[in-house]
Write a protein that binds this ligand. Structure first.
Ligand SMILES: Cc1cc2nc3c(=O)[nH]c(=O)nc-3n(C[C@H](O)[C@H](O)[C@H](O)COP(=O)(O)OP(=O)(O)OC[C@H]3O[C@@H](n4cnc5c(N)ncnc54)[C@H](O)[C@@H]3O)c2cc1C
Length: 432
């Protein structure tokens, strides 16, 4: 212990990827770390779509990904545009991309297993991970955060780290965030559907441990949002993310829309015969760099991972786990570098977030937010694309439409104009 007998160098609230990565790095440097997790085990309360970009694990410890509790190496990157009963699937596959003998790009992941593994690694380094305990409030002394209260117990630390996820109660307690805005949040629902490994490989045209990651557009009845499908070793993670404000005004419930997705002719055969073994729902920040809270620290207190607002949603990928890990490492480095000078922890942390390229990466992805704000990309664009395909492939004895007439006709039929599409294109090019 650093000062008093019952005082830690750091107390971390939450054993998600952010909290455990931070604990791992601190404990490895010889710091006394206590991680407090309200779930009965790490990951038991956590929801994710299903893939992790493994560079973040490499930053934690080179080569650690090889022993990580991961599912399938993503070798097929897919985008699916759904419209009514129709679907277009784009499948990017390049032999050698994310191959076994190369630095890994991404794996599918099941959080209950992964989070428990990562917390276990932090324990191996010497961190204490206490599960089944909810932190109720922060202790403030002389203007700085000095510890936490959980039930009857008070625990003290030089630094308290909020790794308690989106809508961080700890950050609210510290006075650094107000209530979150529904406008910048998505609500995700997800099912894990169990199937034999061989069946999954056959249905998705995958070899042994290969996996597919599929983003879906056009499955939310025009509500801002989209779907995802990830192949795990012996299950499929299928889910949708919706903007809660629009859901509240929509005539059908999230559950009904999601059931329709499961029955879609292009999705149903992929999950046929499977058994749903998990159903979950969770909030996810959708605002990218604009969702980062203006103040990420005060004396004796840091925010990491979702608690800080570190999520990038580009429409074709969602990144939160890797950013959670990187921010956990950044916070740990900041504490280690500060040594006895606790006041420098906060500024060090911001420096580390820049040095480890987290903040620059989020800024670089900011343009996606504006493109994703365009309301008609969630229904009219997938419908337009499917209309064009239908005209293209429907051959009869009639003279076929010229490509130009096919496209222009479909644009008009979808209530769009060439100018609108051009403006979206220009906006996209400018902002990206
Ligand atoms: C539907 C959906 C799909 C997603 N898909 C992906 C994806 O495919 N890839 C990706 O990289 N990201 C994805 N994300 C984002 C990703 O899940 C998060 O960014 C990531 O989990 C953040 O990690 P974290 O450690 O900051 O927080 P969390 O994983 O939320 O962990 C917070 C922890 O704190 C604990 N806790 C909270 N309050 C307390 C308290 N008072 N006391 C003690 N413990 C507490 C919780 O139990 C939890 O274990 C998705 C999110 C959603 C909702």
């Amino acid at each position: 212990m650093s000062q008093a007998e019952d005082k830690f160098d750091a107390i971390i609230v939450g054993a998600g990827p952010a909290g455990s990565a931070c604990a791992y790095t601190l404990a490895k440097a010889g710091k006394n770390v206590l991680v407090i997790e309200r779930g009965d085990s790490p990951g038991s309360k956590n929801v994710t779509g299903g893939r992790i970009y493994t560079y973040a694990l490499e930053m934690l410890e080179p080569g650690i990904f090889a022993e990580a509790a991961l599912e399938r190496r993503v070798t097929h990157e897919q985008i699916m545009l759904l419209a009514g009963q129709r679907a277009i699937t784009v499948d990017f596959h390049q032999p050698g991309f994310n191959a076994e003998d190369q630095a890994p790009v991404s794996f599918t992941v099941l959080r209950a297993v992964f989070d428990e593994w990562l917390a276990g690694k932090a324990e191996e380094m010497g961190a204490i991970v206490a599960c089944g305990i909810k932190v109720d409030r922060l202790i403030e002394e002389e203007g700085r955060i000095a510890g936490v209260v959980a039930g009857e117990d008070e625990m003290y630390a030089d630094v308290v780290i909020a790794a308690d996820g989106v809508n961080s109660f700890m950050a609210q307690e510290a006075g650094l965030i107000q209530d979150i805005s529904a406008k910048t949040m998505g609500v995700g629902v997800k099912e894990v559907i169990e199937l034999p490994a061989q069946t999954i490989s056959e249905r998705f045209n995958l070899q042994a441990d290969e996996g597919a990651a599929r983003m879906l557009l056009g499955c939310t009845e025009g509500i801002h949002g989209g779907g995802f499908l990830y192949t795990n070793k012996q299950s499929i993670s299928l889910g949708c993310v919706f903007t809660p404000e629009e859901v509240a005004q929509h005539k059908r419930s999230v559950h009904e829309i999601f059931q329709d997705l499961k029955m879609h002719p292009a999705i149903a055969p992929l999950i046929a015969g499977g058994e749903t073994i998990e159903y979950s729902a969770h909030l996810v920040s959708e605002a990218g760099v604009r969702g980062i809270h203006p103040k990420l620290h005060r004396e004796g207190f840091l925010m990491i991972g979702d608690a800080a607002g570190f999520v990038i949603n580009t429409g074709y990928s969602i990144r939160g786990i890797d950013l959670a890990i990187v921010s956990g490492i950044a916070a740990a480095n900041a504490i280690i570098a500060a040594a006895e000078n606790i006041a420098s922890v906060g500024p060090n942390y911001i420096q580390e977030l820049n040095r480890l390229k987290l903040l620059p990466a989020m800024k670089a992805a900011d343009g996606y937010f504006e493109v994703l704000e365009t309301p008609w990309i969630y229904d009219k664009i997938p419908n337009l694309a499917n209309d064009i395909m239908e005209n293209l492939f429907r051959i009869s004895g009639e003279v076929p439409l010229r490509m130009k007439d096919n496209v222009l006709g479909a644009i008009k039929a979808n209530g769009l104009t060439v100018w609108q599409l051009a403006k979206l294109g220009i906006k996209g090019v400018r902002s990206l």
